[in-house]
Design a protein around this ligand. Structure first.
Ligand SMILES: C[S@@+](CC[C@H](N)C(=O)[O-])C[C@H]1O[C@@H](n2cnc3c(N)ncnc32)[C@H](O)[C@@H]1O
Length: 247
């Protein structure tokens, strides 16, 4: 695991305080749908037989674990995050032989990988942290594009803004009560879950996120939604005649 000497930033500090209860809260408040959605995202990452895949902002490693479960021989998986406590929690899950994932401590703003390294990049429930009211948003997007191989694929699974006003009302109520209040109580980190609920409530619709990806230089952006639009899976490609171009 490479060292990161930069001073801790607010989000980095916040995520470093929640790993002990992070998985429990995810499973509890989504009734395990989070895992089903990660599995779909992992499948999308693996679809075109990538050689090297990245789980960006891996946290406690659940997407990487799902990728490893679906990987074919010869595929390699890297998982990056800027929170060491999250990475250490994630590493505990990789005990079975053959479940090889390279964990890397690093910041999306300065990814420690060469240009065009990855045929596919997956990001689960963390894209919001990178682009919601984040002044480093443009830098993050161009770094993701840089480390993606020409023709390579970005797969984002993230909460979304439901189109129906009724579903939106229910979703926001659920985020404010269950997630913000109860998850804060269980974890003892009220501020962290208040931020997570607030950012989910105010995050982009699927269409707006597609526009953001297009304007950042991604191509062939497409999406599908789950559970009446509270979650969305976006696919976006780096331009180029790479191995994924004709999928
Ligand atoms: C909500 S968690 C999601 C974790 C995991 N992907 C999952 O599916 O549960 C967000 C993660 O993104 C990481 N993160 C946020 N901003 C980051 C950045 N700029 N560089 C690296 N990791 C970052 C946090 O440390 C945290 O582990």
């Amino acid at each position: 695991m490479a060292a990161d000497s930069r001073a801790a930033r607010p989000l980095q500090k916040m995520f470093s305080e929640v790993p002990a209860t992070y998985d429990l809260i995810n499973r509890l408040f989504t009734l395990r749908l989070d895992q089903a959605w990660r599995k779909i995202a992992a499948k999308e990452c693996m679809r075109e037989n990538p050689r090297l895949v990245l789980d960006l902002c891996t946290g406690t490693g659940d997407l990487a674990l799902s990728m490893a479960g679906q990987a074919r021989p010869g595929m390699h998986i890297a998982a990056v995050d800027f929170s060491l406590p999250m990475l250490l929690e994630g590493r505990l899950k990789f005990v079975a032989p053959g479940q090889r994932v390279g964990f890397v401590l690093g910041d999306v703003g300065k990814l420690p990988f060469r240009e065009g390294s990855f045929d596919a990049i997956g990001i689960a429930f963390a894209f919001r942290n990178l682009v919601y009211k984040n002044r480093e948003r443009d830098k993050y997007l161009s770094e993701i594009l840089r480390v993606l191989s020409p023709g390579g694929k970005l797969v984002i699974v993230e909460t979304s803004r439901p189109r129906s006003p009724l579903v939106r009302l229910l979703f926001h109520w659920y985020m404010r009560t269950a997630v913000s209040f109860l998850a804060g109580l269980i974890s003892g980190r009220g501020a962290a879950y208040k931020y997570l609920a607030h950012s989910a409530i105010n995050f982009y619709s699927s269409g707006d996120l597609s526009d953001l990806l297009e304007s950042a230089g991604f191509r062939r952006v497409q999406y599908r939604t789950f559970l009446f639009g509270v979650c969305a899976l976006h696919l976006a490609y780096r331009e180029g005649p790479g191995n994924m171009e004709n999928s």
